[in-house]
Design a protein. Structure first.
Length: 102
């Protein structure tokens, strides 16, 4: 059984006991979070929502918070001596999927 869930403007394919990294959530470590279920598949039976599946529920637990790898943003204009270098580390939240109910 797997589900497609949505959080932070992105969609993830998850099964029970999966650990996923999503956009930063404001929940504390150990909190339980309910995710919007867009699609559920159970032994070949697929139920798609419009926009979400009615009655379906995906419960996840917040495992950790952190920051991703640094990316370098470098902008320049040739022949003008304009250069701008920035770094960015995107914050994330790790979730462990506890249960998926149809």
């Amino acid at each position: 059984m797997f589900a497609i869930v949505q959080t932070g403007g992105k969609q993830y394919k998850v099964s029970e006991n999966d650990v996923i990294s999503v956009e930063k959530l404001d929940n504390a470590v150990g909190d339980k979070v309910k995710l919007e279920v867009i699609l559920v598949s159970d032994n070949g039976q697929v139920v798609a929502g419009n926009p979400v599946v009615a009655g379906a529920e995906c419960v996840a637990e917040v495992v950790a918070h952190g920051k991703g790898d640094k990316i370098v943003v470098f902008k320049y204009k040739p022949k003008k001596n304009e250069r701008k270098k920035q770094g960015h580390r995107q914050p994330f939240t790790q979730l462990k999927i506890l249960s998926i109910k149809k």
